[in-house]
Design a protein around this ligand. Structure first.
Ligand code: S3P
Length: 173
């Protein structure tokens, strides 16, 4: 199953696309380390993501996210990113230059279903979460596409099939 261990694989995509769970499984199968940018942000800031948003605001969260992304990109690992990582041009440049970028696509209904019981995502602290996800997705989809080397519809496959498909596509590319 394993391929070149030096290849860094970066997972991007909307909230609920399965970046963390697919990333962990992909890392295991491909015998790579796994890093989750959101988890590293919490470790770096020593507070939860909702607390960062509440006390420092989104802009400061994005500053921390960029710093942590740069740190994570020093490792040859499978790296799962947060859904908003592609918002900044510098982040997009870093992603494109530092690994194979896999866009995990999931339609808005899937995003909505998978995030509906979650209170750890400040971007979804609104009354109409579905509309919010749709608005965010329409803005971000072109940016995900701009960065992606490979795109996988993770809304239509289970984790195992996603991992197999990613590995196949990387081998073909
Ligand atoms: C965000 C997505 C989250 C997290 C933060 C902001 C976003 O990550 O980084 O809550 O702006 O879409 P997930 O995509 O892993 O939920």
């Amino acid at each position: 199953m394993s391929f070149d261990k030096k290849e860094r694989i970066i997972l991007i995509g909307p909230m609920g696309a399965g970046k963390s769970s697919i990333g962990k499984s992909l890392a295991l199968v491909s015998e790579k380390a796994f890093l989750d940018v959101d988890e590293e942000i919490v470790r770096y800031a020593k507070m939860s993501i909702p607390d960062i948003f509440a006390t420092k605001g989104e802009e400061e969260f994005r500053n921390i996210e960029s710093v942590v992304l740069e740190k994570c990109l020093k490792y040859d690992a499978v790296i799962a990113t947060g859904g908003g990582i592609i918002g900044r041009e510098l982040n997009r440049k870093l992603l494109k230059e530092n690994g194979i970028v896999v866009y995990l696509l999931a339609d808005v209904d899937t995003q909505y279903l998978r995030t509906s019981h979650d209170n750890n995502r400040p971007m979804l602290n609104v009354d109409d979460r579905r509309q919010r996800l749709a608005d965010i997705f329409s803005k971000r989809d072109p940016l995900y596409k701009e960065c992606a080397d490979i795109t996988i519809d993770s809304g239509k496959m289970d984790i195992h099939d996603c991992v197999e498909t990613i590995i196949e596509k990387i081998r073909e590319s």
